[in-house]
Every structure is written in C-alpha cells, then in structure tokens.
Design a protein around this ligand. Structure first.
Ligand SMILES: [Zn+2]
Length: 450
C-alpha cells in the first residue's frame, strides 16, 4: 500500500474560501478592525487563532463491502466550506487536512464501519415486525440494552472511540457506509430499522461520523460544531401553527413569566449553553404556514407571528429563526452565509482551551498519540478501552500534560505517587477505576446529535 504523505492543506483551503469573498488585490492583508469594518468582516483577511487538523478515516466492512467512497478532492471541498463557515463574523477557527488521512485505501473492519452490528438473522423486515420492546426482560421497554439485542451499538462505539482517543490530537472523521440504525418506536409499538443519510457527533464523544461520501456542503461544518460543543439551535419540531402555539402555551404554563418562544431555543438549555441564538421553530412550521421549502431568503418569509395565550391575555409572539446559523437545520439552505455566533464561539474556545478538545491545540511533544492510520487490533471491549486510556494517560502524565478527556485535571489518572483514596496503582500510574468506568460510559453514551 502506498500512502503519500499529504501536505497540510490549510493554505489551499483558505484560498478556496477566499474565492467566495474576493480579496482586493494589493490590500493590506492584515485587517484593522475599527478602521475598515468591511475588511475586518472579510473572513479571508483574518488569520485564524486555532487551526484544527482533521483526519478522515474511510472504512468498509470486513469483506470490503459498503465502503466509503470519499475522495481527497471532496474531503478538501468539505474542509474549505467549513473554513468559510468558521471564518465568518469574527470566527477564528480553521481546519486542515491531517497527513494520516488515507484516500488510497479503506480500513476493512465491520466493527468500525457499522453504526451497529445486526444480530444473526436480523434484517430491516424482522426488526420492523418486532413488537417486543423489552428484549432483555428487565421491565424497561426500548432501552439501549434491548436495542443492542437487535443491533449491537456497543462494539462499534468502543471501536470508533478507541481509534479516536488514541489520536486525540486531531479530529477523527469517519466516512462510513455502514449507516444502520435501530430504535424503539413507542407510538407504533414496534422496533424500527433505518439508514440515516446524515452525520453525527457529540460534545463528549471523540469522533465525528459522516456518510460514505460528502463534499462542498455544510454537513462537516455542522458535525464538527457538535464535536466542538455547539448544540442544535432548535427544540421541538412543530408540524404547523396550531402545534407551535400549543407548545408555547405549555411552555409558559410550565415556566411562568418566561418568553413563550423559549420552548424553541434548544441551545439555551443544554450542558454547553448558548444564549445569543434566537428561538428556532425549524423549517416544518415555515413550510406549513408559508409554503416553499423553508429556505426562501426573504426575511418576511422567515418570520411568523403567532398569538399565544399567556394567563388571561393573548401575546403576539414573533418567531424568526436565524437561518444562517450552521447549527440549525437550515444548514442546507442556499442563499445564507452560514456561521457560528459569538456565544457559540465562547463554548468552542472553552472546549479547546480547557475542555476535552485540548489535545487539538496543545500538540503532542511526547508522541503519546498514535500517528498511524491502521487500527491494528480493533478495540471492542471495555477492558481493552481502559488499557488504551491508561497507556495514553501514562505517557501524557510523564510529559506533564493533561488528559484531554478529563473534565478536571488529574481526577481519573494521576502520577503513581497519588495512589490513595479511590486510586489504585496500575502499570505505573494511579488510576481511579470508578471514575474510569464513568468516563467510558460517557464516551460511549455521548449523545450523538445528527
Ligand atoms: Zn446536528
């Protein structure tokens, strides 16, 4: 297998994004905010503070089936698009192509390629016909353990997590063909198999999942946004005006004195709060009320006023989602220059400076991370994942670095001198096994946002 080392393509990506907003020839390349606001706002002129490497990992099943078809050109187009998004409105983040990205071969591993691995004899048809929600007979219907009996998510999540944490100095983006999903449909009273066409990622997990092919669209920018701790801008998805009205009326009943529109302000009430994005009732409401596809850039089309009963009075509530936010589901609308808000950057900066994304900007002086593409033996069990976390931790501790996945410095893995209260000596470091289990649970159950 030949694997040409690819040059980091940040420079190329920036020049591509600059074609969208032409840079005046001969202009001073350094923006002077306050002197020329137009130039200051020109994304192409501002040097990003953070350049985050992305390693694309193309996978296929063990037999080579259901393979990623992502090309280098398409990966570069996706990075260029993300760079345009993250440079707008004062954005200071850019992405580069990590040299371990391999576009000549795929990793043949069903465990890495499938979102879940179907149990023997299961097909979409058998799953959709199965109305037994409590498959492990523990009294709870439709939980993760039940779901894993039909399609095992745990093995794949362990495998992908291990691959990614071993390379936590870059963003691992899987391009995979194994887009299977199984969920309990409580309304219908049976299980449902599906094949999501989009991507997914999360703030607490360590990888981004993308389709087998993608390119010059905002999907990568959106999924990396989840990875960098920015949540969806929206809450519930009302089908029409009457449902939107009912949701708002219920919200003020449950939250007296609150703005009724807040029910639609999803990112104001998550772990990593964003308070400067407006309530987002999503496209379905606009389509139901005004026709079209939700994307008409006319501001009047994107604005809807609904009379809402608050106590004994009626209040006209105007909803006007910011359809240019890349963390909205208007991310696919042409005619908007998608971006992240100031409040969203506050979360992104925290993630990079003191959160679980520190590894992306701290560098790796001691080669604590694996620079290779080949996964070797694919990690599938909790014990193997723990061994890997301990190995990386020992290396980081010896080079006096902080474990990127730890919310608080040295509270899971520590220098061996720290053995005591809850810690045990394990292979030359102090390990707090109880917190380690919690960490693995967090990594595995990180709520994936599509
Ligand atoms: Zn999303």
């Amino acid at each position: 297998m030949t694997r040409p080392f690819l040059l980091a393509l940040f420079a190329l990506a920036v020049s591509s994004s600059a074609t969208a907003a032409p840079k005046p020839q001969g202009a001073n390349p350094v923006a002077k905010p306050g002197i020329n606001p137009a130039a200051a706002a020109n994304a192409a002129l501002i040097k990003p503070k953070y350049v985050l490497p992305i390693q694309f990992v193309r996978t296929a099943d063990d037999d080579g089936g259901r393979a990623s078809t992502l090309t280098q050109a398409n990966a570069e187009a996706a990075i260029a698009r993300a760079n345009a998004v993250y440079a707008r409105k004062g954005g200071d983040v850019a992405f580069s192509l990590h040299p371990a990205s391999n576009f000549d071969a795929v990793i043949e591993s069903t465990k890495l390629n499938r979102d879940c691995i179907l149990a023997a004899g299961q097909t979409d048809a058998t799953i959709n016909a199965n109305s037994d929600g409590d498959l492990d007979n523990n009294g709870t219907v439709g939980d993760d353990a039940d779901r894993d009996k039909l399609c095992d998510y745990t093995t794949s999540t362990n495998a992908r997590t291990a691959y990614a944490v071993a390379r936590a100095d870059r963003i691992i983006v899987f391009s995979r063909g194994g887009n299977d999903a199984v969920a309990w449909d409580a309304d219908a009273g049976h299980w449902a198999a599906s094949h999501p066409s989009g991507g997914a990622s999360s703030a607490d997990g360590f990888y981004v999942r993308m389709p087998k092919s993608f390119g010059n669209d905002t999907l990568l920018a959106h999924e990396v946004g989840h990875y960098l701790h920015t949540a969806h801008t929206f809450g519930p998805n009302p089908a029409d005006v009457s449902e939107a009205k009912a949701l708002m009326e219920q919200w003020v009943k449950d939250h007296p004195g609150d703005d009724p529109a807040k029910v639609f302000d999803g990112d104001s009430r998550v772990k990593y709060q964003v308070l400067d994005t407006p309530p987002d009732p999503r496209a379905t409401l606009l389509i139901a009320a005004k026709g079209g596809d939700g994307c008409d850039p006319d501001p009047a089309y994107g604005r809807i006023t609904i009379p809402v009963k608050v106590g004994n009075t009626t209040k006209n509530v105007t909803l006007e989602p910011d359809r240019a936010l890349v963390m909205s589901y208007f991310k696919g609308c042409a005619g908007f220059d998608h971006y992240q808000s100031k409040g969203q950057y506050e979360q992104i900066h925290k993630a990079l400076e003191s959160g679980n994304r520190r590894g992306l900007v701290e560098g790796d002086p001691g080669s604590c991370y694996d620079n290779g593409y080949d996964p070797g033996t694919v990690v599938t069990t909790e014990q193997q994942l723990a061994a890997l976390l301990r190995k990386i931790s020992k290396c980081l501790i010896l080079s006096k670095r902080v474990m990127p996945w730890e919310p608080v410095e040295l509270d899971i893995y520590a220098p061996v001198e720290q053995v005591g209260r809850g810690f045990q000596s394990q292979g030359g470091i102090a390990v707090h096994p109880q917190r380690e289990l919690q960490l693995m649970r967090t990594l595995r159950r990180a709520e994936a946002e599509e």
